[in-house]
Design a protein around this ligand. Structure first.
Ligand code: NAD
Length: 355
């Protein structure tokens, strides 16, 4: 495999697939081979845009007709992640599956088992792990600058940011901002904390504001694909405390719709020797020479989000070609799915959920 180009198909050629496709096109070891989407119009538009000639509206047909395919990116809506990933793995292909891994824990486990059974790679699209900011902060953490990290806060709040379309439809998304946005910040925080195992969760969700269709200023209403009559049965806000096996706790808040002043996306880590804040800037709070000191990281690359997807895709292709260790393995996707579903269960029951 190391000498040959990796033949890649993209399943689900909607919005985010553009990031995957553009990164594949820039990787010299990839041949962008085929597209698959159940939406014929979208498929035709993307095939023309990228000059891809092998196009399919059904993944099983694609897998049957293209035995030479090596790898797949699954970029469908969330409920199709499991069937599309398992079909590709069973056909002997490697898979990079977008986040969230699935909509249920059972599906996530089945996906991991399919990868193991077929001896193929299943990488989960935890793209924030591939940021330069994450790499720099991880370097400080590994060097011991924060000491023992015992508390963390992850915030991803939108004021009017329900994308609607399938994002608002629980049957296709599996949930709202928690599963869509929360997944990014919970994963990144946990990754930086050294991937401790979750042991219990207490969560709340609210469905008070819906899609904010009452807003007269439609420009203030962020919507990727909203259409008249769209379903909106997902929560508009979720908050949770997650306890890990090393005693550390993560507090998370996430929303599509919330009456707050400004959108907010921040990760904060608190350790025995120092704290750190990531987004919008990477800062470290510590004690230097007996004085409290704030360190603002000036390295230009430290804060750059450029190339996030390129790093992710390049890593996936490296893993496929060389068998190197995957930075976003299926087990981490399963762990995250457990956390997300436990938060929903806790919100439903009003009780802490043990994992
Ligand atoms: N990593 C990130 O930062 C990031 C950002 C946005 C979206 N995403 C994830 O990417 C995925 C896609 O999101 P999007 O915004 O591109 O949605 P989208 O609606 O723009 O695209 C999804 C596409 O999947 C197709 N599809 C659905 N079921 C299919 C199936 N069984 N076979 C083939 N095609 C199928 C749809 O027709 C659609 O064209 C979601 O899981 C989302 O959570 C990740």
């Amino acid at each position: 495999m190391a000498d040959q180009k990796v033949k890649v198909a993209v399943v689900g050629v909607g919005n985010i697939s553009n990031e995957h496709i553009q990164a594949y096109l820039k990787n010299p070891n990839v041949e962008l081979y085929a597209f698959c989407d159940i939406n014929e119009k979208q498929l035709a538009m993307m095939a023309e845009k990228y000059g891809v000639t092998r196009t399919y509206t059904d993944e099983e047909t694609m897998l049957r007709e293209l035995p030479e395919l090596d790898a797949v990116s699954v970029c469908t809506w969330n409920s199709a992640h499991a069937p599309c990933t398992i079909a590709a793995l069973n056909a002997g292909k490697h898979v990079l599956c977008e986040k969230p891994m699935a909509t249920t824990v059972e599906d996530a486990i089945a996906m991991k088992e399919a990868a193991e059974k077929n001896g193929k790679l299943l990488q989960i699209g935890f793209v924030r792990r591939f940021g330069n900011d994450c790499a720099v902060l991880q370097d400080f953490i590994q060097e011991g600058t924060l000491g023992d990290i015992y508390y963390a806060k992850a915030t991803y709040l939108r004021r009017n940011g329900n994308p609607m379309g399938w994002f608002g439809d629980k049957s296709r998304s599996g949930g709202g901002p928690l599963i869509d946005l929360g997944v990014h910040v919970i994963d990144l925080t946990r990754y930086l904390m050294g991937n401790p195992k979750p042991v219990s969760v207490f969560g709340v969700t609210f469905h008070k504001l819906g899609n904010r269709s009452e807003l007269k200023d439609k420009k203030a209403y962020v919507s990727v694909s909203a259409k008249e009559g769209d379903v909106c049965d997902v929560e508009d806000m979720a908050s949770a405390m997650i306890r890990y096996d090393n005693g550390a706790v993560l507090s998370v808040e996430t929303s599509f719709s919330l009456n707050l002043k400004k959108e907010k996306g921040t990760i904060e880590l608190f350790g025995t020797k120092g704290g750190a804040c990531l987004d919008p800037e990477l800062e470290i709070y510590t004690v230097l020479n007996g004085y409290m000191a704030d360190v603002n990281l000036c390295t230009p690359t430290a804060l750059s989000f450029d190339g996030l997807f390129q790093h992710e895709i390049d890593h996936y292709i490296d893993c496929v070609r060389t068998g190197c260790e995957c930075k976003a393995p299926a087990q981490d996707g399963v762990d995250l799915m457990r956390i997300l579903r436990a938060i929903y269960k806790s919100a439903e029951t009003g009780h802490e959920v043990l994992l």
